[in-house]
Design a binder for this molecule. Structure first.
Ligand SMILES: [Zn+2]
Ligand SMILES: [Zn+2]
Length: 340
């Protein structure tokens, strides 16, 4: 076959040799400028498909594809680019556009400037507007949350929201209120899902109540309040239940009470030990001494007060004890069991 343009012998494309084809048909119509909106808050870029939280280097080829479709007769075009920052909001970009037509892949080189437009993505806009749908409330059963629980809950919920990797998922605000915590979340489903996770990890029960909030595009909009009640007792607490003194050795999935006198453990559903009362107690490793009476006593490490151990170990010189107004008892838990 001969090229109709230059007469060269060889394969032809639309009547032209590869060389003349390349000269006749540019791959794309280069543009001089491209504007790229970038969210000032989260760094997302706006593409034709929506806001996207990917690297600038990955956004640019997509931006080029959106702006410069292949010119016929090319079937496809691929871009590679090198961007140089002229200043914070201007990129000088060298582009290679590779067109595809049958087995031909001619390359077209050109330069353009990408102008970055500081903006605010939809999700950050909502967030700034303190937008929320669902509320996650965390409360203690008949008690206030401890400072340690408040810290742990904040970390847990924020990490859990980050893990969803959706720009639609965010915590709009967190309020400490009545000895509990309120999380305002961007989605009802988020509030319900995290409530279950909190109950599973911290030990508690969940209830949810939807409330009609308004209408959006003809649909009724609900706000869900998911309430987690953390168990009345925490691991390490000493409680009096039906006259017996016990330490709480676990709170999930059941509350486990260990009788400090007999050492026996029993499991309860939280509602079955509503009547149990927490009593003031300390837990520490104490030095043990033998009294003249033959009894073994524990020595308080700070006050040096001695209290007979109601449950004496065989021949130890130290032991972890719970120190209560009723006396000292051997503990089944380590001395550092969280009491914060
Ligand atoms: Zn030719
Ligand atoms: Zn954003």
């Amino acid at each position: 076959m001969f090229c109709v343009e230059c007469g060269a012998d060889g394969p032809v494309y639309e009547g032209l040799c590869a060389n003349c084809f390349r000269k006749r048909y540019p791959v794309v119509k280069p543009v001089e400028f491209l504007d790229l909106a970038r969210c000032e808050s989260c760094g997302s870029f706006r593409l034709r498909s929506g806001w996207s939280k990917v690297d600038r280097e990955l956004v640019l080829p997509q931006l080029l594809r959106d702006a410069m479709p292949p010119l016929p007769p090319y079937e496809r075009v691929g871009f590679t680019q090198v961007a140089r920052e002229e200043d914070a909001n201007n990129l000088a970009v060298t582009v290679k556009a590779v067109g595809r037509f049958r087995d031909l892949a001619p390359v077209q080189d050109f330069h353009l400037r990408v102008r970055i437009k500081p903006s605010l993505c939809d999700s950050c806009q909502k967030q700034r507007g303190r937008y929320y749908e669902g509320i996650l409330q965390v409360r203690g059963e008949d008690r206030e949350l401890t400072p340690g629980e408040v810290r742990a809950l904040r970390t847990f919920v924020v990490a859990r929201v980050d893990r969803t990797e959706s720009s639609e998922a965010f915590v709009s605000r967190i309020e400490e209120i009545h000895g509990g915590l309120d999380f305002y979340l961007s989605k009802n489903a988020l509030a319900k899902g995290i409530a279950r996770d909190v109950a599973g990890s911290f030990g508690g029960t969940v209830s949810a109540s939807p409330k009609l909030y308004g209408q959006k595009e003809g649909r009724e909009v609900y706000r869900v309040t998911a309430l987690v009640r953390l168990a009345a007792f925490r691991k390490g607490d000493v409680v009096r239940h039906k006259g017996a003194l016990s330490e709480v050795t676990s709170v999930r999935p059941f509350v486990v009470l260990r009788d400090v006198v007999s050492g026996e453990e029993r499991r309860f559903k939280p509602k079955d030990i509503r009547g149990a009362r927490r009593i003031d107690a300390e837990r520490f490793e104490a030095r043990l001494v033998r009294l003249e009476s033959g009894e073994v006593a524990a020595v308080h490490p700070e006050t040096a007060e001695e209290r007979p151990l109601r449950t004496a170990p065989k021949a130890a010189s130290r032991a972890v004890v719970v120190w209560t107004p009723d006396g000292a008892f051997l503990s089944g838990l380590p001395a550092d069991t969280s009491k914060d």
